[in-house]
Design a protein around this ligand. Structure first.
Ligand SMILES: [Zn+2]
Length: 571
């Protein structure tokens, strides 16, 4: 009783202090809560990459994380469509696409009959004039589907960890997302943070009216430096002596994409600042990550990130690894040099954070939105037979025409195919009085006989629970959202994929449920985290709930992952 009374009196005096404004620090300096959570996403960093290049890394980058952090050696995405927005939003929310709604970079908007790009939102235009996607230079085919230049996180249907941090601290946390890609920044900043991404058209970092009415002054100042132009007339050169590389003898490979002027071998010239593809080429090289780093440093300094005891959140998504992977393949001299340079970029980011915030006051988590396949040409060189998929030769025997005749469908039966779904002509199916499930099943049966198709899975069957539970169907079910998913999910055979980017032939494309695409690193390091290697299987949905528990916030609304005890129980 006496003790209780004393405790009450202590808390009353604490309250008095709080009211006087003096206890804010005392309360916030609770052990364990970092001043900054730095969530790093490396786009298309397959899980084996950090250890593949461990011996070649310098100090302070990947090695800082791998030597001081908790490293999960078997981390996988648990959804089938391993694309950029799907992976980022999964990392951000701890939810699967069935719940967070980002089932693909692009889906068919049934209400308009048009393709929809994940973070497009016509209500919130970009703040800079003429900063939108230039369809004539954009090599990312998903970006080209966007109907408007407006951007927002509105299509994300659940809360992100960053949202929960905002909510738990009464709006006092500073929350930001930065990336070359709009979807790499917007996804992680969530509904309550601020996002900046790179406009290839302007060579500047931009944002939309969802986030700001006007640019903060420091952003305008940063953009006015025109840092991208410093690469004009220069080229991407090797960081080290070519003979020291794993792929030192393998620069010129026929399956690499030879972009005009950029070529297949080092050095890769960027061209002049006014040349059409200048900024696009910067993003297909370590220069894109360098610019992202520089902008992130300016953000940390000018927004006073991590300068008080309230936990702030900064997400940085590095995009170069993905572009380089698509164009040259992950196992290429370009892929290797890009990761060695990314390692230096990370080391500089960590050095800067140490100076500004203190690495011991920062919690870092690094992962990836997806892995990636090897180029079939690389596999073939090593004796593994592989080739791309040619969708034009799919229906050699006219199977779809025969189905149309059987069902009496005069119009198009298949509305469109956009990875990974076939969208059927639902109106025509209805008009003919046909059963949607029956038609889906019939089309799926025919399509699964096509060359290179492992599985064609009707959505109606998924919705009605008529699908046998296998490792792959579990991933497809996790990807199924009735409002956005198409009618038939297509899975190609392992190591087979379509390498046509809207007319541009690329070396590799990810997006499958196979292990090379789902396999990513998960490394936690910094405040409260101890050095260990964890071999048990974990999933990317585990990250967001772990972060929530670390700062005492609610779990994100759609999160289904399990908190990673190896991180929470440091020793
Ligand atoms: Zn990609």
């Amino acid at each position: 009783m006496k003790n209780q009374l004393r405790q009450t009196m202590i808390s009353i005096s604490a309250l008095t202090l709080l009211a006087a404004g003096a206890a804010t620090n005392a309360l916030a300096q609770e052990p364990g809560k970092p001043k900054l959570i730095l969530q790093i996403t490396v786009d298309q960093l397959r899980g084996d990459m950090p250890s593949r290049y461990y011996d070649r890394f310098g100090e302070g980058g990947f090695r800082y994380l791998m030597e001081n952090g908790t490293v999960f050696q078997d981390a996988q995405h648990s959804h089938a469509n391993t694309e950029t927005i799907v992976g980022h939003v999964t990392l951000a929310t701890g939810a699967v696409p069935a719940a967070h709604g980002m089932i693909g970079n692009v889906w068919l908007d049934r209400s308009s009959g048009e393709l929809a790009y994940n973070v497009e939102d016509a209500r919130y235009p970009i703040l800079s004039e003429g900063a939108g996607v230039d369809k004539s230079t954009e090599i990312d085919p998903t970006q080209r589907t966007a109907r408007s230049d407006g951007r927002s996180p509105s299509n994300i249907m659940v809360s992100t960890f960053s949202d929960e941090l905002t909510l738990s601290l009464g709006g006092n946390a500073k929350v930001f997302g930065v990336s070359v890609k709009d979807r790499g920044a917007i996804s992680m900043a969530g509904h309550t943070g601020k996002a900046f991404w790179f406009s290839k058209k302007l060579g500047e970092f931009i944002t939309s009216s969802f986030y700001y009415d006007d640019y903060p002054e420091w952003v305008s100042t940063w953009n006015a430096q025109k840092l991208a132009n410093r690469y004009a007339g220069t080229s991407w050169d090797l960081l080290n002596d070519q003979s020291t590389y794993m792929f030192g003898d393998a620069d010129d490979r026929p399956y690499e994409t030879a972009l005009p002027g950029f070529g297949r071998v080092f050095p890769h010239p960027f061209g002049e600042a006014d040349s059409k593809f200048f900024t696009t080429l910067l993003t297909i090289s370590p220069a894109g990550d360098d610019l992202t780093l520089d902008f992130a440093k300016a953000l940390i300094q000018n927004e006073d990130i991590g300068d008080d005891a309230t936990t702030d959140y900064l997400a940085v998504s590095f995009s170069s690894t993905d572009y380089v992977g698509h164009v040259f393949g992950p196992s290429s001299l370009e892929g290797e040099d890009n990761i060695l340079r990314l390692d230096r970029t990370l080391a500089e980011l960590f050095r800067f954070v140490d100076e500004e915030v203190g690495l011991d006051e920062t919690l870092i988590v690094l992962s990836s939105d997806h892995g990636g396949p090897e180029a079939p040409g690389y596999l073939s060189e090593l004796g593994f037979e592989a080739d791309y998929i040619d969708p034009d030769s799919f229906d050699r025997d006219g199977a779809i025409a025969a189905l149309k005749a059987r069902f009496g469908i005069g119009e198009k039966l298949i509305d469109t195919y956009f990875h990974p779904y076939l969208y059927l002509n639902r109106e025509e199916i209805r008009r003919q009085g046909l059963d949607q499930l029956e038609v889906e099943q019939a089309v799926a049966d025919e399509v699964s006989k096509f060359d290179g198709v492992t599985l064609a899975l009707p959505s109606s069957a998924l919705a009605s629970g008529k699908v046998p539970e296998t490792p792959i169907t579990r991933l497809i079910l996790n990807n199924y959202n009735p409002r956005r998913s198409g009618d038939i999910y297509l899975v190609f055979d392992p190591n087979r994929f379509i390498n046509d980017f809207d007319g541009l032939t690329v070396a590799t494309t990810h997006g499958s449920p196979w292990r090379y695409d789902t396999y990513v690193p998960i490394i936690f390091a910094g405040k409260g985290v101890s050095a260990k290697q964890v071999g048990r299987p974990v999933e990317t949905v585990d990250i967001a709930p772990t972060l929530s528990i670390m700062v005492g916030a609610k779990l994100p609304s759609g999160s289904v992952g399990s908190p990673l005890l190896e991180v929470l129980q440091a020793d």
